[in-house]
Design a protein around this ligand. Structure first.
Ligand code: MOS
Length: 759
C-alpha cells in the first residue's frame, strides 16, 4: 500500500514589495486598494505551481473512462477481455466488478454539505443503467496513459436502448413550472397584474429569446489524483470547494470525514465546472481503491464535455409595457431551462428582472424540462448571464420603439426600493455606473451625435454602439480560519479557500497586512487544502467578502489582545508582542467540529434568509461597446469595450479588473461563438472540444476599459461586493444591441453567428 505524501502547502512567496505607499484615496490604508501583483503569479509563470495532475506520486497509474454511446438504456453486455489482455493494463472496472459505493444524496440539503456537490445522482459503475450519452460505463487503469487510452478503445459494450428526450427545443412542451429553488424566491414572483398591464400598455415589446447549451473550458481540464493508505485517501483535484468535495467523498466511500483529504492549491480555472463532484473524481478514487495503486485521471477535453455539466440552454420571453415617455408599466420575464432525471442545477434566469427596473406590475416565471443529457451545472453567473441577454435586449428594443436613448430609458426606470419585493437596496449604484460608463465611452457624442442613416467605416463595415446593464447578487458564506501574528512581525492566515485564478490569496493578504500592521511580504497564506479551517467554495462571487468578514473578526480579536498588553505609542502590534515577551497570538474563527459546524450552518441559514428578506445586495455594472459588422458576410467584430462597475470597495484594482475583464471576454464568447451542439437524435455532444466549440481568442478581444466606482457597500464585509460574475452579465445584450444599432436587426438567439446577422 502506498503512503500518501503529506499534503502540499501552498508556497506563498510574495515578490519583494515596494515600500508601502499610502494611497490618498484609501484613507491611510497601505495595502488594501493597491493594485498589488498576484502573489501566485511567479509560481505560475515559472511552472513551479503544481496542479492536480502534476504531483509526483510514486507508482502512479492512469485511468481512462469508457463512455456510454446511448442516451438512455441498459448495458446488456460488456466485453473487457481484449482490454484486459493489453500490455500494461492494471484493471478494467465495470459495473460487473466494481465495489459498491454509497448512493448519491437525492436532493441538496443545506444542513448536510456532503449533499451539495453531487454533479449527478448516477451510481457510477454500480448500475447497468445509462442516463446520458457520455456516462462512464467502464474505467481502464494502465501503467501508462497511452496503454489505458488504447485499451479503453478495446472495451466492447452492448446496450438495450430506451427512448430518450434530448432535444431542448422539441421538449419545451413538457416543461414543468418551478416556484422556488433552495428555499429562495429567485425563480418566480409577481406583483400587481403584469399580464393585464401589458395588454393595456400604450407601448409594448414582447420578445422570445433562446440561448444554447454552453460548456466551461477551463485551461486545466478536470484532473484527479487519488492515493489510498488503508482507509484514508488523499485526493488532488482541481476543485472549487475542497470541503464539500471531502464531505461528499467521505459519504460516497463510507469512510470517516477525517480520513479524506482534498488538496487543490492551484486550480486552472473553474467557472462553476469544478464546483461539483463529477464522475471523473469519483471514479479515480474508486479505481485507486480497487487497484491498491495511486490513480491519476486527467480527462481529455472531450471527456470534460461528456461528463461535466455545462450551462443550461434557455427559452425566454421578455415582455415590457411602457408609457410614451418610457415609464415601465409591466415587466414579464419567463424562462424555461433544462435539468435531468439524475441531477442538474436550477438557474435563476429571471431573478434580476425583479430588482433592476421599477414597474408597478411584474411577473417572473420559471419552468424546467428534464433531458437525458449530462446534467447542467453552474457556469459563471448561472441564470443572470443569459437572463440579462433577454431583459437587456428587450429594454433596448423598447428604447428603439419609443425613440428614446437606451441610457435614458434605464435612468427613467431607476427604482428606489427593489421593484418586485419592495426590499431596501443595501447600496444601489446602477444609475452611477450607467452615467460613468456613458461618460467614459463618449456614448452621447457617438450614439446620439449627428447621425443620418447607418454609419459605415472606411472598409464599408456597419458601425454600431450598444449598452446593457449588469447585475449580480452579492452573498456572504461562513469562512473559518486561523490568523496568527508573530512577535517577529510575520502573519499567517490558514483558510481552506480556493485560488482558481482570481487573486484570492493576494487580496486576503492585503487585508491581513493592513489589519495587523505588517508589510505584505510578511503575510503567509495557506489555502486550497481540506485539512485547513473550512472555508466556502469559490463560487457565487462570494469568496472575497466571506473571508474578509472572518479576517476582520480575527484581526479585531488580535488587536484587543494587544491592547491589553498596553502598547507604547508608535509601537506596532508585533512590537508590542515582542516587548511583552509573547511569542505570538493566534485566534480561530468558526468551528470545524461536527456540532460546532452544524450550529454555525444553522445560524448562517437563519441569517441568510433574514438578509434575503431585509434587503437586496448586488454588484452592478454598465457595458458600452462598439461593433463593426461586415454587411456582406455578417461577421461581427467587437471594436471597443467600456465597462463601469460597482463592486463595492475595491481591494485590488488589478485583480478585480482582471476578474471583470475575464467576465467580459467570456461574455464575448457567449455573445458570438459559444454553443454546445447536441445531436437531437442521439444526445451525443457534437462539439466536444475546442476545434468545434469556439471561445474568444486574443484577436477577438478589443481593448477593454474597466472603471470602478470603489464605493463600499455598508452591509458587506469590508464593503466588498463580488467581482467574479457581474462582468459576464449583460455582455450578450450589449453586443446584440450594438448589432441592432449597426444593422437594424434584432437578434434574439445566441450565439450571434454570421447567418443570424445577414441571413
Ligand atoms: Mo460559480 S458559476 O463558479 O459561482
Amino acid at each position: 500500500m502506498t503512503t500518501a505524501p503529506a499534503p502540499t502547502r501552498i508556497p506563498t512567496a510574495p515578490a519583494a514589495p515596494a515600500a508601502p505607499v499610502t494611497s490618498p484615496a484609501k484613507g491611510g490604508s497601505p495595502w488594501v486598494g493597491r493594485p498589488v501583483d498576484r502573489l501566485d503569479g511567479p509560481a505560475k509563470a515559472t511552472g513551479a505551481a503544481t496542479f492536480s495532475g502534476e504531483y509526483q506520486v510514486p507508482d502512479v497509474t492512469h485511468g481512462v473512462i469508457v463512455h456510454a454511446t446511448v442516451a438512455r438504456g441498459r448495458v446488456s453486455a460488456i466485453d473487457t477481455a481484449q482490454a484486459e489482455a493489453h500490455p500494461g493494463i492494471v484493471a478494467v472496472i465495470t459495473h460487473l466488478n466494481a465495489p459498491r459505493i454509497k448512493p448519491a444524496p437525492t436532493r441538496p440539503n443545506l444542513l448536510d454539505l456532503s449533499t451539495m456537490v453531487a454533479g449527478t445522482r448516477v451510481a457510477y459503475l454500480n448500475t447497468d443503467e445509462v442516463f446520458y450519452d457520455g456516462q462512464p460505463v467502464a474505467v481502464v487503469v494502465g501503467e501508462t496513459l497511452e496503454a489505458a487510452q488504447y485499451a479503453a478503445s478495446l472495451v466492447r459494450v452492448d446496450y438495450d436502448v430506451l427512448p430518450s428526450r434530448v432535444a431542448f427545443e422539441q421538449e419545451l412542451g413538457h416543461a414543468e413550472p418551478v416556484k422556488q429553488s433552495l428555499g429562495m424566491p429567485t425563480v418566480a414572483g409577481s406583483k400587481g397584474d403584469a399580464d393585464a398591464a401589458l395588454a393595456a400598455a400604450p407601448h409594448r415589446v414582447d420578445l422570445r429569446f433562446t440561448t444554447p447549451t454552453q460548456n466551461h473550458n477551463a485551461m486545466e481540464p478536470h484532473t484527479t489524483t487519488a492515493v489510498w493508505d488503508g482507509d484514508r485517501v488523499t485526493v488532488w483535484d482541481g476543485a472549487q470547494n475542497v470541503d464539500w468535495f471531502r464531505k461528499h467523498l467521505a459519504l460516497r466511500f463510507d469512510v470517516p470525514l477525517a480520513h479524506v483529504t482534498v488538496v487543490a492549491p492551484f486550480v486552472g480555472g473553474g467557472f462553476g465546472g469544478k464546483g461539483s463532484v463529477w464522475s471523473g473524481t469519483l471514479l479515480t478514487v474508486m479505481a485507486a481503491r480497487v487497484t491498491g495503486r495511486p490513480v491519476r485521471m486527467a480527462l481529455s477535453r472531450e471527456a470534460v464535455y461528456r461528463t461535466v455539466g455545462g450551462r443550461t440552454p434557455s427559452a425566454q420571453r421578455v415582455a415590457l409595457g411602457a408609457t410614451a415617455d418610457g415609464r415601465l408599466t409591466a415587466i414579464i420575464h419567463e424562462s424555461t431551462i433544462r435539468s435531468s432525471p439524475v441531477g442538474g442545477a436550477m438557474e435563476q434566469v429571471v431573478a434580476s428582472s425583479g430588482d433592476v427596473y421599477a414597474a408597478p406590475n411584474i411577473a417572473l416565471r420559471s419552468a424546467v424540462v428534464e433531458l437525458d443529457l449530462v446534467p447542467n451545472t453552474a457556469m459563471r453567473a448561472p441564470g443572470e448571464a443569459i437572463g440579462s441577454f433577454g431583459m437587456e435586449s428587450a429594454m433596448d428594443q423598447l428604447a428603439h420603439e419609443l425613440g428614446l436613448d437606451p441610457v435614458e430609458l434605464r435612468l427613467r426606470n431607476e427604482p428606489t426600493t427593489s421593484p418586485l419585493h419592495r426590499r431596501a437596496f443595501s447600496h444601489r449604484r446602477v444609475a452611477q455606473v450607467i452615467e460613468r460608463g456613458a461618460h467614459e465611452f463618449g456614448w452621447r457624442e457617438m450614439r446620439l451625435g449627428d447621425r443620418h442613416g447607418p454609419q459605415v467605416d472606411e472598409s464599408g463595415r456597419l458601425v454600431g454602439y450598444g449598452m446593457a446593464v449588469a447585475y449580480h447578487p452579492a452573498w456572504v458564506f461562513p469562512a473559518n480560519l486561523t490568523l496568527r501574528l508573530d512577535a517577529t512581525g510575520t502573519a499567517l492566515l490558514r483558510c481552506g479557500f480556493h485560488e482558481m485564478g482570481m487573486g484570492t490569496a493576494t487580496v486576503q493578504s492585503q487585508l491581513v497586512a493592513d489589519a495587523l500592521h505588517v508589510p505584505l511580504s510578511a503575510v503567509r497564506v495557506e489555502y486550497g487544502d481540506s485539512s485547513l479551517p473550512v472555508a466556502p467554495g469559490a463560487g457565487g462571487s462570494a469568496q472575497s467578502a466571506s473571508i474578509a468578514a472572518s479576517i476582520t473578526d480575527a484581526a479585531a480579536r488580535i488587536r484587543r489582545s494587544i491592547a491589553r498588553l498596553k502598547p507604547q505609542p508608535g509601537e506596532s502590534p508585533a512590537e508590542t508582542l515582542a516587548r511583552s515577551g509573547r511569542d505570538h497570538i493566534e485566534v480561530r474563527v468558526g468551528s470545524d467540529t461536527g456540532v460546532g459546524a452544524t450550529a454555525q450552518q444553522v445560524r448562517f441559514i437563519a441569517g441568510f434568509l433574514r438578509d434575503q428578506r431585509r434587503w437586496v445586495r448586488a454588484a452592478s455594472g454598465a457595458h458600452f461597446c462598439e461593433v463593426r459588422v461586415d454587411p456582406d458576410t455578417g461577421e461581427t467584430r467587437v471594436a471597443r469595450w467600456v465597462g463601469a462597475f460597482d463592486i463595492g470597495r475595491v481591494l485590488n484594482a488589478k485583480t478585480a479588473g482582471s476578474q471583470l475583464r475575464g467576465g467580459i471576454v467570456m461574455g464575448l464568447g457567449l455573445a458570438l461563438m459559444e454553443e454546445t451542439l447536441v445531436d437531437p437524435r442521439t444526445g451525443r455532444i457534437m462539439s466536444a472540444g475546442l476545434v468545434d466549440y469556439h471561445v474568444p481568442v486574443h484577436a477577438d478581444v478589443p481593448d477593454i476599459e474597466i472603471h470602478l466606482l470603489d464605493d463600499p457597500d455598508p452591509s458587506m464585509p469590508a464593503g466588498v461586493l463580488g467581482a467574479g460574475e457581474v462582468g459576464i452579465t449583460g455582455v450578450g445584450a450589449a453586443v446584440a444591441n450594438a448589432i441592432h444599432d449597426a444593422t437594424g436587426r434584432r437578434v434574439t438567439h445566441l450565439p450571434i453567428t454570421l447567418d443570424t446577422v445577414v441571413g
